[in-house]
Design a protein around this ligand. Structure first.
Ligand code: MN
Length: 372
């Protein structure tokens, strides 16, 4: 199989939306091939809840149908929608390089990493109801902005609208309240992954985030891919994760290799402005899941857990414009000869991921003018 692969929701003409499996530029209509039930629904949630044995059986059946020459619906003739109803949305802060860069930018006179960072995967609960599918236009947010030199905040359109390149996992099988999910149970609960653009208004964020963390600077929209790539298709991409120092608490120890080797890139209005890889993330996905539930919080079908911005150590491998431009001090060059520090109206951002001979579904979004 080549090109982007994954499960999503599609419709042709006036057909009701249903579950399909994308392979490159085509979509396998699962309901039309006798796999009714959960595939005849307008969201993946029913299928996600069935669990690992059903996910694997379905992939076997998909491979048989494709190998047997089953006809595919041309992707260009299909409408796509949000692939699953998002239950809860959590965003972590798992990249050592990103956390260090933002520490330097936001707290220039202090240690870049806060004391907790190497002991637990820092995260926050985001807004599930404003997660949108790739292709959805993003309206520039309005809010209170206050630069360090300003005496008082002003209200208006964000002037420092940014992106965050992230990778998220999607929960299939939930858990019971009061029962932590061990890191070793990751594959029993998690169905697959998607790229995420965690759009961020840096000026709104910088003024509001103390002391409770991100709020309106991020909740206006979060984009995900239209097709969710099952973990089972990425098994050969797991590699050793970075060494952790100090050793994590016992509940954060996950046996095996949990770095995920996916080549990533960010395109801004036609120019690739960043290239990196998710294998460098300090905190792994099973650690994120174990930490998010260690207090007994339950998880549910459709929960979305994003990695946090993925930045590498080298110039040009940062996953946000605030890092790529070092807080707007140096612009990135565009394909048309222009340059950017932060996003302008009309800009289009595309996130891409490649894992060997398969791709993750792209995440695309264009900025519309503010409405304030
Ligand atoms: Mn983020």
């Amino acid at each position: 199989m080549r090109g982007a692969v994954g499960f999503g929701v599609f419709a042709q003409g006036d057909q009701a939306p249903r579950v399909g499996f994308r392979i490159g530029h085509g979509v396998l209509d699962l309901a039309a091939h006798g796999l009714g039930g959960v595939f005849d629904e307008p969201a993946l949630n029913g299928f996600l809840a069935l669990g690992r044995a059903s996910w694997e059986d379905t992939l076997v059946r998909v491979a048989e149908l494709v190998d047997g020459g089953a006809e595919l619906v041309p992707l260009a003739a299909a409408m796509t929608d949000l692939p699953f109803t998002v239950a809860d949305y959590v965003d972590f802060y798992s990249s050592l390089e990103h956390a260090t860069n933002l520490g330097r930018l936001f707290r220039p006179d202090a240690e870049p990493l806060l004391p907790n960072w190497r002991h637990l995967p820092v995260g926050y609960h985001g807004r599930a109801g404003t997660v949108v599918v790739s292709g959805t236009p993003i309206v520039r947010p309005c809010g209170q902005r206050k630069a360090p030199a300003d005496d008082a905040p002003t209200f208006g359109a964000s002037r420092r609208l940014d992106i965050e390149l992230e990778l998220a996992f999607v929960v299939g099988v939930g858990s019971r309240l009061g029962e932590p999910v061990p890191a070793s149970a990751f594959r029993d609960h998690v169905f697959g992954v998607t790229l995420v653009n965690d759009w961020s208004a840096r000026d709104i964020q910088a003024w509001e985030y103390v002391p409770l963390g991100p709020f309106l600077g991020k909740s206006f929209a979060t984009s995900i891919g239209a097709w969710i790539t099952p973990l089972a298709l990425l098994e050969d991409r797991f590699v050793p994760a970075p060494v952790q120092e100090p050793d994590p608490h016992e509940y954060l120890v996950a046996a095996g290799d949990w770095g995920l080797d996916i080549e990533l890139e960010v395109e801004l209005s036609g120019a690739v402005v960043s290239r990196t890889n998710s294998r460098g993330l300090y905190w792994t996905m099973p650690q994120q899941l174990a930490h998010a539930t260690v207090n007994g919080a339950s998880i549910a079908t459709g929960d979305l857990f994003a990695s946090g911005t993925i930045s590498g150590a080298d110039p040009g491998s940062e996953g946000s414009l605030i890092e790529l431009t070092w807080n707007g001090e140096r612009a990135v060059e565009l394909a048309d000869g222009g340059s950017r520090t932060f996003l302008e109206d009309g800009d289009e951002v595309v996130l891409r991921g490649r894992a060997g001979d398969i791709e993750l579904a792209e995440v695309r979004g264009t900025i519309l003018p503010a409405r304030c």
